[in-house]
Design a protein. Structure first.
Lengths: 117, 117
């Protein structure tokens, strides 16, 4: 997706009843914008892609490599590839996640978020 | 920099009289937060790292592969590695840039932004 874009023009994908996502990807990295309702939960899982998250609004419980923290605006973290993490959204939240390399499963037509409930 | 972080705790590096930067890096990708005063200018340049930018606040003129656009909040773009770009900040601005792979020259102790004036 080289070139100029506008966040508002990126398709907003309905991932579940509580989660929508926008995606902007290059070949090496990807930014994803998440709008998540309170109560959404991702049980412990991992993926080979490195992930950097940044909480813009809201509040969630993030468990990373066995350590659990309550994260709010301005909180962030680096999840190395293969490391187990989980999160539970305590409030309606807005977050971004950067993946390196891009999550190829986020580039398909159909939502692919089996880990989210 | 695996694990939890807070944006406010990341060192704010004075890159020039008009530019400060915060950096959070993994092994595959890096997020950088930029506070830039009106008048800062980066002449045409390129780097092998792919870059994705997102304007949070302010206004700048971004030239990407020969096309110039005025970018404001919500505007963004993907700059493939090796592609020439330039930018001129028209207002005090807040932006983020994601690099894949990480800019190793942003991880040193000393600021390294010869391209910026």
């Amino acid at each position: 997706m080289p070139g100029f874009h506008r966040l508002i023009d990126l398709p907003e994908e309905q991932v579940s009843d509580k989660i929508t996502r926008r995606v902007l990807s290059g070949d090496k990295a990807m930014i994803t914008w998440w709008s998540v309702k309170a109560g959404a939960y991702a049980p412990p899982h991992s993926h080979p892609h490195e992930q950097i998250f940044w909480v813009l609004e809201g509040r969630l419980e993030f468990t990373l490599n066995g350590e659990t923290r309550i994260c709010g605006p301005g909180d962030m973290g680096v999840v190395p590839g293969g490391v187990v993490y989980a999160n539970r959204f305590l409030e309606d939240s807005e977050t971004i996640e950067v993946f390196g390399p891009p999550r190829e499963d986020f580039l398909g037509v159909a939502p692919s978020m089996a880990a989210f409930r």
